[in-house]
Design a protein around this ligand. Sequence first.
Ligand code: MG
Length: 166
Amino acid sequence: MSRVSEMRIGLGTDVHQLAEGRKCIIGGVEIPFEKGLLGHSDADVLAHAVADAVLGAARAGDIGKLFPDTDDEWEGADSLVLLAKAAEKVRALGYEIVDVDSVISAQAPKMSPHREAMRENLARALGVEKESVGVKATTTEHLGYEGRGEGISAQAVALLVRCSSS
Ligand code: MG
């Protein structure tokens, strides 16, 4: 019988508050900045959005369900490890990760010097080529919580395909 390819898309979004005394880790890159992201794990807002996009496409829940913030195991966790586990989970369900794109909304710090390293980190965690991972950034023109520097948000989309004989 013919091979049937089933394509799925997923959307992920995340927000973390900026706070003093925290590291600013985005896309697995520690960015020198006066504040960092607050959260149970390392609060990598971009890795979390990408993980939710990938999990969403496979209808496999979300990172809040997989790695609850009530679980001490994930306290201070490297979010690239969480992302790799999310990728493992969707592969176990028979999906291949085809393409990912993302955008970070932050007034500061500047993301462009770190974009290539973020793409490499995310791609490695996902087990895909760097070319399959997009990272963009925007300010919000000083509007909203990102614009006031209170927090940083990220959105991501993922395209997955499942190949099965039927
Ligand atoms: Mg998060």
